[in-house]
Design a protein around this ligand. Structure first.
Ligand SMILES: [Zn+2]
Length: 60
């Protein structure tokens, strides 16, 4: 196997509550899609929607 430069890509998902606008960043999980309902908000009874998915590259 050939490895080029060792890089780690961390993917994050940003969820935003539609009710109180609380944003929460968490690790990306397979099956996350933009603008889909994700989970219950921590601080109110609203539902969070996935607003952003992004990756951060970390070079070793
Ligand atoms: Zn909320």
């Amino acid at each position: 196997m050939i490895f080029s430069k060792e890089k780690i890509i961390l993917e994050y998902t940003v969820e935003k509550c539609q009710k109180c606008n609380l944003e929460r960043k968490r690790k990306y999980h397979e099956g996350d899609f933009l603008f889909t309902e994700s989970s219950k908000c921590d601080s109110c009874d609203g539902i969070t929607v996935i607003e952003k998915i992004f990756g951060e590259t970390i070079e070793k």
